[in-house]
Design a protein around this ligand. Structure first.
Ligand SMILES: [Zn+2]
Length: 225
């Protein structure tokens, strides 16, 4: 017995999938999972305060494309992954973590213009609150980006990457080893935001999943029949 996780990307098509794993003894086990579609929550952001994100200039479009090209390989699926150095449930990204906004996967418009789905969970936390690594790992990127603002990406092994966006500042750099609960920066409102908050994102084997699943004790997760 035990809990086995299989990350399902927020954009995975509905249907029945056969998944498999190999036990420590080398035995192949399979299971069936059914993926169903949940209509995405609609968020219409009106009178967006930072106008450079409403009508994005050619210069900023080029900048964002360049940054996306850097991020893509970092968060995408990799066939060979380093062993896990994290444990579950993962640690909280801030000491007193409030309830999230419930906007993971939200479909968004910005002053009426459609935007990409929201890839993380936003937490209402004030500017200056220390941000903590959710697990042991290695910083793969700490940079100032157009959309994500000051952003930190941490690789926790086994294909798990955590993302912390819109920070006021960060205190880690690429290739640095971090431990669970280590301070990596402080909450801010940089990048495309309407106000201060922490955006936490998680990629696991390339799948964009709700970080909430990893923050709860496995025994609190709904029983799968
Ligand atoms: Zn967000």
């Amino acid at each position: 017995m035990g809990t086995c996780y299989y990350p399902v990307d927020m954009d995975m098509k509905s249907g029945s999938y056969t998944i498999s794993r190999r036990t420590t003894g080398g035995k192949l086990e399979t299971a069936q999972i059914i993926v169903t579609e949940t209509p995405c929550r609609q968020e219409d952001l009106k009178n967006f305060p930072k106008k450079e994100f409403v009508d994005v200039s050619a210069v900023n479009q080029a900048r964002a494309a360049k940054e996306a090209a850097v991020i893509g390989p970092l968060i995408g699926y990799k066939p060979s992954v380093r062993p896990a150095v994290f444990d579950l449930p993962v640690g909280k990204p801030v000491k007193n973590l409030p309830k999230g906004e419930g906007n993971f996967g939200a479909c968004r418009t910005l002053d009426g213009q459609p935007r990409d789905r929201h890839t993380g969970q936003d937490y209402p936390v004030s500017v200056g609150e220390p941000v903590l690594s959710v697990g042991n790992g290695r910083v793969v990127l700490a940079a100032s980006h157009f959309y994500s603002g000051n952003a930190v990406y941490i690789d926790h092994g086994n294909g798990l990457i955590s993302e912390y966006f819109h920070l006021k500042g960060f205190s880690v750099k690429a290739d640095q080893t971090v431990t669970k609960g280590q301070r990596i920066g402080v909450v801010g409102e940089t990048g495309r935001v309407t106000g201060p908050h922490l955006h936490l994102g998680v990629r696991w084997h390339g799948a964009c999943i709700n970080p909430g699943f990893l923050l709860v004790d496995p025994s609190d997760l709904p029983e799968v029949k």
